[in-house]
Design a protein around this ligand. Structure first.
Ligand code: PTJ
Length: 279
């Protein structure tokens, strides 16, 4: 599909196209298209930009990756198609290992994602070789199968577009978990050690920039950044930001959503009341 660059939703349309193409290539799960719909709605509320609190989370994530002994980036279908070049760059400028770990798991899809990442310039992709796979009892979903050389021994795990169960389990195992999730209310966002409330397509390039900036800093300085970070405050700031944007919109809204859209149980109306008055 041709996307006009001046279209007000051009970025969003481009992401949709990438995901649709990725779905046709069996990289993105069908549910991955729905997952982006949810993310997109939150991005709209955030104003489709990296807010100040997200920048602070990204800076802390950069510091965490730099002080880590075994940092690992867990890649699913959506993440693979949206930011392949930045995944490759992250592995070049840090010791981060890349592991394919998917929710809608099939050996065939894992290998397709691995090959896609290798083609994008990632040197080594973990997670697909049976002899290195182990099962984590702490996790219920198919994501429990992890690589001995990767997530199992990681001290810092970056988990973009994640489900809550695994984040909680990884934190319980003593790992620092960095989540990227546009929904500040999701269980992943609430449970992670550092939550980047931003679109992965904006967060990854900025993470790379912060890593380049911080990599010559002394470890003590990086640790100070990490120790001064408060994830609950960052989440609250994202919610305050959304709330302020919604409050500013009030008064401009043509309909009163409380009055017009929330029906009582059993009530069925074909038209919102304010429209019905005009008929
Ligand atoms: O490739 P698989 O099989 O591992 O499946 C991947 C999906 C994404 C389908 C799977 O992890 C899933 O079902 O995720 P959820 O539970 O829908 O959660 C996805 C979260 O990511 C939601 O909270 C969305 O708001 C958020 N999200 C979606 N797109 C983006 C995003 N966050 C940041 N950037 C995005 N582009």
């Amino acid at each position: 599909m041709k996307i006009f660059h001046r279209h007000p939703r051009a970025d969003s349309l481009r992401i949709r196209e990438l995901l649709i193409e990725g779905n046709k290539a069996n990289i993105v799960a069908t549910a991955g298209l729905i997952a982006f719909g949810r993310g997109e709605a939150f991005d709209y509320l955030l104003g489709e930009r990296t807010i100040k609190s997200a920048k602070q989370a990204i800076k802390t994530a950069a510091a965490l990756i730099l002080v880590a002994e075994h940092p690992v980036l867990s890649v699913n279908g959506n993440v693979a198609v949206l930011v392949p070049r930045y995944i490759a760059e992250l592995t070049k400028i840090t010791d981060t290992k890349v592991e394919v770990n998917i929710f809608y798991r099939s050996a065939k899809r894992e290998k397709i994602i691995r090959d896609f990442l290798l083609k994008a310039g990632v040197g080594e992709v973990l997670g697909t070789e049976k002899n290195y796979q182990v099962r984590l009892d702490e996790i219920q979903s198919e994501r429990r199968i992890v690589d001995k050389r990767g997530i199992l021994k990681a001290d810092v795990v970056l988990v973009p577009l994640e489900d809550g169960d695994r984040t909680e389990a990884l934190v319980k195992m003593g790992k620092k978990v960095i989540a990227v999730d546009l929904n500040p209310l999701s269980r992943t966002a609430q449970k992670a050690s550092v939550t980047i409330v931003d679109n992965i397509v904006r967060a990854m390039p900025l993470l790379i920039r912060y890593i380049r900036q911080l990599r010559n800093y002394r470890k003590e300085t990086l640790k100070r950044i990490i120790n001064g970070y408060d994830n609950q405050r960052i989440l609250k700031e994202a919610l305050v930001h959304i709330n302020q944007r919604l409050t500013l919109q009030r008064g401009k809204a043509p309909l009163n959503p409380q009055k017009d859209f929330f029906l009582k149980p059993g009530e069925m109306r074909s038209f919102p009341s304010s429209l019905a008055q005009d008929r």
